[in-house]
Design a protein. Structure first.
Length: 258
């Protein structure tokens, strides 16, 4: 009877230890902790914790352990190329973790983001955007001929664009490039757009690296700056990247590099 009691007690002590492992592969334990960490990582990436997810993670960990053991048995890890990849992967994980830790300790605050928003908004005050049409052709003679037809009103802009323009994105829309600031275009094109009153053709065709452009400024209007909440995510990400770039520069400056 005493031996039975001792056996039951021993099993009671061993059970929690055994429960810490979700599986063993050829004697190698897969711990509950490692599975929980894997699940948590997936949750941070958008997954939802559930019995189904945990079973999938368990099977994935088993599969990985089977393959890792096979790779180690085959001596794959001793291959110089594989060793280099492993080291680069380790470095990449450490760098990402370092950057994440830095941003956690040095967050980009709402006040800083709002200040940047007001700064950019002020910089763009007075900017104008244009609705532009163009016809892109290969040579100047062809461009001048099209310009003459349009000035004489012997043809419609959209018809000439559909028939002659080499720009497939705008040709099918009658040459329409939509609304954009002049700065969105290459320099000779941008200068011509900014100098042309709305509703008129540019004085003459303009050459760029793409060919010759016949340009019409259909309309113009002041740029409407988007509301803060609309651009907040982009501003925050931009500022986070700036913070990380600055942090990296500081670390490099302090490092002894020979």
């Amino acid at each position: 009877m005493k031996r039975i009691v001792m056996l039951v007690a021993a099993l009671a002590v061993a059970a929690p230890i055994y429960a810490q492992n979700v599986a063993t592969v050829n004697g190698k334990a897969i711990t509950q902790k490692s599975m929980d960490q894997f699940v948590q990582l997936l949750i941070t990436q958008g997954a939802t914790d559930s019995p189904q997810l945990r079973e999938q993670v368990k099977q994935e960990l088993i599969n990985r352990q089977v393959m890792v053991q096979a790779a180690e048995k085959a001596g794959i890890s001793k291959d110089p190329a594989v060793a280099t990849e492993l080291e680069l992967a380790r470095q990449g994980i450490l760098v990402r973790a370092l950057m994440s830790d830095y941003l956690k300790k040095n967050p980009v605050t709402d006040a800083v983001i709002k200040a940047e928003y007001e700064k950019v908004k002020k910089q763009q005050a007075g900017m104008v955007e244009y609705q532009v049409r163009h016809i892109l052709v290969e040579d100047e003679a062809k461009a001048n001929d099209l310009q003459t037809q349009l000035k004489n009103k012997s043809a419609k802009f959209e018809d000439l664009a559909k028939k002659n323009s080499k720009d497939p994105g705008s040709a099918e829309k009658g040459g329409d490039l939509g609304w954009a600031p002049a700065t969105n275009y290459v320099e000779p094109f941008a200068k011509a757009v900014a100098a042309t009153p709305k509703g008129q053709l540019a004085d003459k065709p303009v050459q760029s690296q793409f060919g010759w452009h016949v340009i019409e400024v259909v309309d113009s209007r002041p740029v409407e700056f988007p509301p803060f909440e609309q651009v907040r995510p982009q501003l925050e990400e931009m500022m986070r990247q700036q913070e990380l770039a600055s942090y990296q520069a500081q670390l490099r400056e302090k490092a002894k590099i020979q």
